[in-house]
Design a protein around this ligand. Sequence first.
Ligand code: FAD
Length: 357
Amino acid sequence: MTKFSEYKDVWVYTEQRGGKLMNVALELLGEGRRLSREISGDARVCAVLVGHETDHLADELTAYGADLIYQIDDPLLAHYTTDGYAKVITQAIEERKPEIVLFGATHIGRDLAPRIAARLDTGLTADCTRLDIDTGDYMEYLEKNTTASLAGLSAEDGDKGLKQTRPAFGGNLMATIVTPRTRPQMATVRPGVMEKLEKDLSLKSEVVRIQPQLSKADIQVEILDVVKEAKELVSLTDAKIICSGGRGLGDASGFELIEAFAKKVGGVVGASRAAVDSGWIDQSHQVGQTGTTVKPNIYFACGISGAIQHLAGMQTSDIIVAINKDPEAPMMQLADYAVCGDLKKVIPEIIEAWDQA
Ligand code: FAD
C-alpha cells in the first residue's frame, strides 16, 4: 500500500506553448499555493516546466507564486508529444513524490493527465471547478455513509486529502471526489475558474533542473512542422467583453448581428450549445460546461435562456447583461442588467447608443 507520509508538496504542470505560459498555469499556481499552505507549513507549490529552452519563463512562474520550479529540459521536448511528456513527468513524480498534481483542463492537459495517472496507478478527477483540503471529516463521513470498503484506511489517511469538486450528471449536481487509497492525488482544472495571484516581483523561488531519461525511441510521433490554425482564433478565456448568442437569434444570420455588436464594444463572440448544435457557429465559440469557462468583465447573453450547463461556464462574469424576450428566463433572473425585448431591435439600439456615447 502507498506510504502516504512519503508524499508532500503540490505540483502544477505549467503548460507552455511556443515559449509562452498558458493563463491556466498561472491560475493553478495561485490555487496550488493556497492548497500547499493548508496541507502543512513546509509544503511548497512547485511548477513543473517541460520543454526546451524555457529559462525565460522562470521569473514569471516565481512572480505568480511558485516556490520551486522543476525544469525538465531536452531538445526532444521542444514540441509537445503525448508519450515524451508523459514519460518525463511520470519519472519526476515517481522520484520526488508530490502529494497533489494539478493540470489545466486544456487539450494538452486532458491528454496528458490521464496517461500519467494510469502509469502511476492513481486516481484523477477531470474538469474540476473547485478544490479543497479535507480536515479529516470527509473520510469519517465516507466510513459511515458508503458501502465501499475502506478497510485498512483511517480517518487520518484522509486528513489533508484533496476534495475535488466537478459538475456531474449533466451539471445538475456537483460531485466531490476523493482519492483515499493512492498518491499522488491528481486533477485537471478548468481554465478561467481559479484566481491567479497578483504578480509579485519580490517573490523568490528555487530552480531545480531535471535531466530526463528520454530517447528518440520513446517518442512514437515525429513533429515535422507546427501550423497554426488558419481560422481566426477565439480567445474566450482571456476576453474582457463577450457577446454571446443563442437559439433566440433564430438562424445563422443572427451571428452577423452578434459579430457587429462584438466589434463595436471590443468583445469576442460566444455562443450557447443550442446555437453550435444548430450549425450556426463553430464549437470553439461555445461557452458552458462542455465549452469554455469564461470570466469577462461584461457578458452579454443574447437570446440565451440560461440553462444550468450554460450558466456553469459564465456565471462568475463580473457583469451579466441579458437580452431576452422572456422576462422569466433564468438568465434574466441572474443578470445584473436584464433587457426584455426582441434582440433584433435591442442590439442595433445598443450599437447606435454606443456610437453616441
Ligand atoms: P434556448 O434554451 O432555446 O433559449 C433561447 C432563448 O432565446 C429563450 O430564453 C427565448 O426566450 C429567447 N429568445 C427567442 N427569440 C428571441 C428574440 N427574438 N429576442 C430575444 N430573445 C429571444 N449549453 C451550453 O450553452 N453550453 C454548454 O456547454 C452545454 N453543455 C451541455 C452539456 C450537457 C451534458 C447537456 C445535457 C446540455 C448542455 N448544454 C449546454 C445545453 C443546455 O442544456 C441548453 O440546451 C442550451 O444552453 C440552450 O441554449 P439556448 O439558451 O441558446 O436555447
